[in-house]
Each structure stands twice: as C-alpha cells, then as structure tokens.
Design a protein around this ligand. Structure first.
Ligand code: IMP
Length: 421
C-alpha cells in the first residue's frame, strides 16, 4: 500500500474529507501538513455528521494515528473545542492517537483581530477570508516572529514571546475587542498544558513509522487554487495547498511519496472573493435549493459553476496527480445538458491554461462543450456499471482531457456511497 497525498484540485470543499476518511482504512497514519481551522471537512459516518476543522479526519477511525505536522497553524482554544466535541460524541482523543508537531505555529487572538481588521480595511477589495487569523499567523511565521507549539507548552517562554509580540502590535488593533494579555496567557498556558501530552517531534515520529513499513496518508486542506504560490493570488490562503506542501509541512521527503490523488467536484464551487470563470447564478440556485453547497466553516453560500477543465489541467500538472477522485457527481442528477469549460477566451485569444493574474482571470469568459446529462438518481450506484451511460461518458471526457485516470467516484455523502474504479 502506498504513501498517498490527497489534494483539492479546485478552491477547497471538493469533498477531500470524505475521500480521506474512505482511504484511511487502508493506511496506517493520517497527516495534516498545512492550513488551520480555516478548513472545514464534513464527514458522515454511520449516520452521524462530523465537521472537523483542524483535526485530521483519521480521528474517526479508532486508534488510527493522526499527525498535525509542522506546516499547520493551531488555534489551541478552538482545537481543544474540536477535541471536546469529538469526545462528547464518544470518540476518545488520546495522546497515542493524536500527535502534534512541536514546530507548528500557534494562532493567537491578535491574528484573528488582524485578519478581520485587514479585511475591513480592504473594503470592496476584501479577500473573503474565514477570519480565523490564518494569514497573520503564517505572516508571523515567515516574518520569523511566530510562536510555536514548543513555546506554547512552556509557560515562561510563552509569556516572554507573547508579550514581545503583543508590544509590537502598537495601535493596529485599537478598538478591537481582544482578550487582555493576561487572559490570553492564562488560557493559552492552560491549553498548552492539555495539549502537551500530544506534542512531539513529528518528523522523527513519521520517519520511524516509515521505517516500520507504515503507510502514510496526507490529508490536504483547501484546494490548489487557494495555494499561496499557484492559486488565484491574492485571493488565496497563506499556505501551500498543493502536493509539495504536504512534504514541507510534514518533513517527509518527496522521494517517499508514491501516489497523489486530486479530489475534484463534478462541478466548480468557491467561497470568498476572486475569479470563478464558470460561476453561474442559475446553477448555484439549483444546488442551494437542494440544500447543498453551504460552507462548513462559515456557513456561507458557495459560488457554483460548471466544471472547469482549464483549471483542472493546471492543477494536474502542479500536483503531479496520479489519479482523480470525482465527488458530488450526484449533484448533476436530473440536468438535461451538462456543460464543461474546455478553454477560456481572453482578449480574443483561446487559453488552454489559466492566466497568472487575478485581474486577467476575472476578464476570462468560458468556452463550453455540452454533453447530454442523466435523469437517474445515482446515489445508490455501487459500481461504475451502475452509473448511467451519460455519467460514464462525462467521467471519461474528464479523464481523457487531463490524461489521468478517475480512481474514485463519490455519489453521496456517506462512506458507503463511494465507487472505487
Ligand atoms: P483564509 O484561509 O481564512 O485566509 O481565507 C483565504 C481564502 O481561502 C478565502 O477565500 C477563504 O474562503 C478560502 N478558504 C480557506 N479555507 C478554505 C476551505 O477549507 N475551503 C474553501 N475555501 C477556503
């Protein structure tokens, strides 16, 4: 069984949590290597709904080791709430099962404050962040003024570093309702004490696991077009959401990776601002009317559109996908004619790949190819042969375009509603 990276190929919310949950049975350790509580993974298991933000979805498998790598940013208070919620649902979170990197960076209240203040200041040009302090926390990391989990669990160091950081805020957050320095230190030190049994050198832990022949599953958060380098900058998150980020964010080298699965919705969605060439109001209304496509973290309505092959071609390259998992195929049930965006038009030119600048992306118009849809409800399909011929043709068209096989098809939210090709 291989070491596998799972990445989102679009703007997040592709259903990675479900694919990770499904594959976890066949892997030994689940790793999250980037992002923070901006992510929202919804997983249905035995009729119970779980919304996880920072917690790897592997935690829903009894005893399966899960790792938060050095590349994630952790809001300890929010994360403890996630732990408490899981435990309240009968899922114990033990120090054996959950390991947290001592080198991961900590999200503080001032990061959330700065995130929200900067969004307010951007006015109409706002990015639509989740307001969880992700950008400012990664900002401190890159600026080399961040505070890490190894500091969080040592109250003296935490105090010295936090007071120094806080002093440098100046008047940036005047008027913002933030807890006092003393309150923050007290609650964070307590959180550090609770999390301490989980904290370790996760690079060494993962290498030891590899040496023992254990198989790793890297659970990507967000999607390729939210990548700080390869996404629709500046309408992106602040981490590397593409496959390379799994390696830097965990300390597991690229040479150890065998398989990279790109998770792709059968159509396109995005939350937050920024370009979305195939966005379509009628299609969005249809999905929202079905009770689908509301953000798991913020509850916001997602913007929806037809599948964009221009985007998918580029993410296939950047991530080096070995296969794709097509999710939410059932969201297209009952549509007479489905559309696929096969190219963009920009200033009279036909583009096969997306432009680099968000300004140019915004000006692109989609060039569509139409395919006949299917009227059947596919949510009970167990094999590819159970799918209507038109649904199979749709999947074949996607795979041919990106020269990458479809390995998994998801036809509903439950673990059972998954077809392995
Ligand atoms: P941030 O990550 O909160 O800084 O937000 C930056 C952009 O990434 C915004 O457009 C968010 O809506 C988007 N974003 C962050 N996390 C997710 C996610 O898990 N799913 C979808 N969009 C996300």
């Amino acid at each position: 069984m291989p070491n596998t990276i799972i990445v989102g190929t679009q703007w997040g919310d592709e259903g990675k949590g479900k694919v990770v949950d499904f594959l976890t049975e066949h892997r030994d350790v689940v790793v999250r290597a980037q992002g923070g509580a901006n992510a929202g993974h919804t997983v249905y298991n035995n009729g119970q709904k779980y919304v996880l933000h920072l917690m790897p979805s592997g935690m829903l498998w009894p005893g399966k080791p899960c790792v938060l790598g050095n590349g994630v940013v952790i809001d300890p208070l929010g994360f403890l709430k996630e732990i408490d919620d899981l435990e309240a649902k009968g899922i114990p979170v033990t120090a054996e099962q959950l390991k947290i990197s001592n080198a991961a960076h900590v999200v503080f209240p001032h990061h959330r404050g700065l995130d929200q203040a900067r969004e307010q200041r951007r006015g109409k040009g706002k990015l639509g962040t989740t307001g969880r302090g992700i950008g400012p926390a990664y900002g401190d990391k890159i600026d080399r003024s961040g505070i890490r989990v190894s500091d969080l669990i040592r109250p003296d160091r935490l105090k010295a570093k936090f007071e120094a950081r806080h002093a440098r805020l100046g008047s940036q957050l005047d008027g913002f309702d933030l807890p006092s320095v003393e309150e923050t230190l007290e609650s964070y030190a307590k959180a550090g004490e609770r999390l301490a049994p989980h904290v370790t050198n996760t690079v060494a832990y993962l290498h030891h696991a590899l040496k023992e022949g254990k198989q790793l599953l890297f659970e990507g958060a967000q999607g390729a077009y939210l990548d700080i380098d390869h996404g629709t900058y500046p309408f992106v998150t602040s981490s590397n959401t593409t496959a390379g980020g799994a390696c830097t964010g965990s300390g597991v080298a690229p040479s150890r990776i065998d398989e990279i699965i790109g998770v792709c919705k059968a159509y396109t969605t995005r939350v937050g601002a920024g370009p979305c060439v195939t966005e379509n109001a009628e299609f969005s209304d249809r999905l929202h009317g079905m009770g689908r496509e509301f953000g798991a973290t913020t509850g916001r309505k997602r913007r929806c559109g037809w599948l964009d092959l221009v985007m998918l071609r580029f993410t296939t390259m950047v991530n080096g996908l070995t296969s794709v998992a097509i999710t939410n195929l059932d969201g297209l049930d009952g549509i007479d004619t489905v559309k696929l965006c096969v190219a963009y038009e920009l200033d009279g030119e036909r583009l096969q790949l997306p432009p680099i600048d968000a300004e140019d992306w915004e000006r692109c118009t989609p060039i569509y190819e139409e395919m006949p849809g299917w009227s059947e409800d596919i949510t009970a399909a167990k094999t590819v042969d159970d799918l209507p011929a038109n649904a199979r043709a749709y999947l074949d068209r996607i795979a041919a375009d990106i020269e990458t096989p479809v390995g998994i098809i998801s036809v509903g939210p439950d673990r059972q509603q998954t077809i392995v090709v």
